[in-house]
Design a protein around this ligand. Structure first.
Ligand SMILES: Nc1ncnc2c1ncn2[C@@H]1O[C@H](COP(=O)(O)OP(=O)(O)OP(=O)(O)O)[C@@H](O)[C@H]1O
Ligand SMILES: [Mg+2]
Length: 366
């Protein structure tokens, strides 16, 4: 059982509060992804768990044992760095054997362990090569292999595939997932790539400026973002956000985008859930939750296509509504081009309302 617990951890670099009262429990065998933009404290948090940074306050427990006062080697966690350095003069086998020899493992056992892990990573044919004769993806596998041979309690990976090209990243992503399914080690994985996070994580931890914003499964974080930061960080293209007012007419709810002459129809239940309609609100709606029609339809608002972006499997159509440009997802070629008249409806079950001042979701579900 290797559970990792962070309890009220804090760290400053000079005046900067880089880890701000972080609480998190990573369950045994769970794959947790830290997601956030550059400088939000992902690496520092990971290094603190590994013992490569000291924390100012709080507790870190691995497998129930407090470790924050222990040296890195006593914590038994493996770390894969973004800029992994293999020994250039050693073969792949020797690179992977290095951490085992360092702890005095017997020769036959070293060979057996390296062979086994190389099998899992599908790099057995490379064992005799030196790093200079490997591709970027091979190098990455060897770096991961070197971390895995020790059979650590937990794996910490800091943007391990960030430096690879897009195609190789996709391949490695699948491989990492397979590896986790097979090995099942408790893993914390850092990335700023939300697609990678969605694809790999059991749970995503969204970070911003040293503060955990939301912890949840990819589906939860995508469907129920707690604030505007999370809403716009997860999902591509990003969630549309527009200033709106909420009002009622003939028992139905109306959500009117700032600058628009008409509002979108919403179920009356909306009115009960927006206690103070005068409040400045922002509507969040993902491109796939905007229904686009080419003829007038009941409950649809008239508008005009501004730009059509063909992406192969689907199109993204920019549509001006009031002061905002809303991006909608349609099937390829559905909207002919700029200037095409369209009629829009928002799916109320997938609409979000945020407080403009705090950015927090009102948590309304229709
Ligand atoms: N040794 C250090 N001394 C001073 N400030 C530091 C040090 N290491 C990191 N920082 C600062 O702490 C903040 C968090 O850094 P960290 O490396 O944890 O971010 P990150 O989320 O991993 O970013 P990236 O995605 O760019 O790797 C940043 O503002 C960074 O400049
Ligand atoms: Mg980093």
């Amino acid at each position: 059982m290797t559970q990792i617990e962070l309890r009220n951890i804090n760290k400053h670099f000079g005046p900067f509060h880089v880890i701000n009262n972080v609480n998190l429990t990573v369950k045994d065998r769970e794959f947790v992804v830290f997601l956030g933009q550059s400088g939000c404290g992902k690496t520092t948090t990971l290094r603190s768990i590994a013992g490569l940074e000291t924390i100012d306050s709080g507790e870190i427990l691995i497998g129930g044992t407090p470790v924050h006062m222990l040296k890195p080697e006593a914590r038994d966690v493996a770390f894969v760095f973004q800029s992994f350095a293999l020994y250039p003069h050693l073969t792949v086998f020797e690179n992977m054997a290095f951490p085992l020899r360092a702890v005095g493992m017997a020769k036959a056992e070293v060979a057996a362990t390296v062979e086994r892990v190389a099998g899992v990573l599908q790099i057995r044919p490379l064992l005799k090569r030196r790093p200079s004769a490997l591709s970027g993806g091979d190098l990455q596998r060897v770096a991961i292999g070197r971390a895995l041979v020790r059979n650590p309690k937990a794996m910490l990976m800091d943007e391990p595939i960030g430096s690879l090209d897009a195609k190789l990243r996709e391949e490695m992503r699948v491989e990492l997932k397979r590896l986790h399914v097979e090995q099942g080690s408790t893993t914390i994985y850092v990335t700023h790539d939300q697609i990678e996070a969605m694809a790999l994580a059991d749970r995503i931890v969204v970070m911003h400026a040293g503060v955990l914003q939301q912890v949840g499964t990819p589906a939860e974080v995508y469907a129920n973002p707690v604030n505007l930061f999370v809403a716009q960080f997860v999902g591509s293209p990003v969630m549309n956000v527009a200033d709106v007012t909420v009002s009622g007419a003939a028992g139905a709810g109306l959500v009117t985008v700032k600058g628009a002459s008409e509002g979108f129809a919403f179920p009356p239940a909306l009115l009960a859930q927006v206690p103070d309609a005068a409040r400045a609100l922002k509507l969040g709606i993902r491109p796939e939750a905007i229904e686009v029609a080419l003829t007038p339809a009941e409950g649809h608002l008239a508008a005009e296509a501004h730009i059509v972006e063909p992406l192969g499997s689907h199109d993204i159509v920019d549509i001006r509504v009031g002061d905002s440009l809303l991006r909608a997802r349609t099937r390829p070629g559905f909207v002919a081009g700029p200037g095409t008249p369209v009629w829009l409806r928002l799916d109320p079950t997938r609409a979000h309302l945020f407080d403009s001042e705090t950015g927090n979701s009102l948590g309304i579900r229709l």
